[in-house]
Write a protein that binds this ligand. Structure first.
Ligand SMILES: CC(C)(COP(=O)(O)OP(=O)(O)OC[C@H]1O[C@@H](n2cnc3c(N)ncnc32)[C@H](O)[C@@H]1OP(=O)(O)O)[C@@H](O)C(=O)NCCC(=O)NCCS
Length: 281
């Protein structure tokens, strides 16, 4: 029995889709393609006795990285393949000199990450459902983003997450299947949200907005998604946002542990209303 870890190629996207379907996840082939575009040397495949049976993706955003898509074919689990994938990804990230590594762990993944020293920062609940329209819309004008909003959206994202995700946001920006919404305050972008198609449901996130309008903005963009099945991953400390999601017809479906290794993350948590999903925070 031999275990090798190699770089993922575009030809491996069907493997990634098979593994994520087995796990019941929401990613699409476009998501896998985006990972390969963003970090071709951070996307890995595990081969066990010549069979491709596992994946992981390590994405660097400046000095912070996200580890995601750690998947092992069900019949090959508990043989050290997941551990080998994480070990290789961490070695790669060490070579990229990142200071903080973050991830959203499932219950299956958490014991594995704890063995590498990851700690839980907070928990996140995934709400799922088809939101209904707000009965009384807030007096907040939300509009579709235009091309020239990219710089301000990227800057707001970096301010709140303390991570330079401009390359990721640029990838989302050029994808016309992804809806982008913004709200302004004093002529400046004060909130933004993305609504991305997924295999099972649209993912509403990230949703980021300054304190006095963030919650209203979240409600308005859920209203804009009315009629569509969505997932929205809300940090558990955002109690009002969780209540809002439930009032608008979504139900808690599963939870994630947001974990970190290295230097503690410094984001402005209170302005993060929904995460982009487990792949990139
Ligand atoms: C999580 C996952 C990747 C682990 O892969 P794996 O190849 O089985 O992991 P390993 O065999 O390398 O196990 C490494 C260690 O993790 C822990 N571990 C793995 N699976 C576990 C389980 N089901 N329950 C408890 N601990 C577990 C164990 O400590 C294990 O060491 P041990 O077997 O010596 O006790 C795999 O279960 C999987 O693909 N799950 C579905 C997708 C998923 O949830 N991925 C994690 C995303 S955060």
């Amino acid at each position: 029995m031999s275990l090798t870890i190699r770089l993922m190629q575009p030809d491996d996207i069907p493997l990634g889709m098979y593994l994520k379907e087995q796990a019941g996840w929401n990613q699409t082939p476009r998501d896998w393609q985006r990972f390969l575009t963003l970090e071709p040397t951070g996307c890995l495949v595990a081969e066990y006795s010549g069979h491709a049976v596992g994946t992981t993706v390590a994405l660097c955003f400046g000095d912070t990285a996200w580890l995601a898509m750690v998947l092992v074919e069900q019949s090959y689990r508990r043989r050290g393949i997941g551990r080998a994938l994480v070990e290789h990804a961490l070695k790669y990230l060490a070579s990229r000199k990142v200071r903080t590594i973050r991830l959203d762990a499932t219950d299956l993944g958490r014991p594995l990450y704890e063995q590498f020293g990851f700690s839980t920062e907070y928990t996140i609940t995934r709400f799922a459902g088809t939101p209904k329209l707000l009965e009384t819309p807030y007096e907040l004008s939300v509009r579709q983003a235009v091309f020239s909003d990219y710089t301000a959206v990227s800057a707001l994202d970096a301010l709140v997450t303390r991570t330079d995700r401009s390359r990721l946001i640029a990838e989302w920006w050029r994808d016309d299947q992804i809806a982008k919404y913004v709200a302004t305050q004093n002529n400046q972008i004060a909130a933004y949200a993305f609504l991305r198609p997924g295999a099972k449901a649209y993912q509403l996130g990230p949703v980021i907005g300054v304190a006095d309008l963030g919650l209203m903005f979240l409600a308005q963009v859920m209203g804009l998604a009315a009629g569509k099945p969505i997932y929205i991953d809300i940090p558990d400390y955002q109690i009002a946002a969780r209540d809002m999601a439930q009032n608008l017809g979504c139900r808690a479906e599963r939870s994630f542990h947001r974990m970190w290794l290295g230097q503690a993350p410094q984001e402005m948590r209170s302005l993060l209303w929904a995460s982009s999903g487990p792949e990139c925070g």
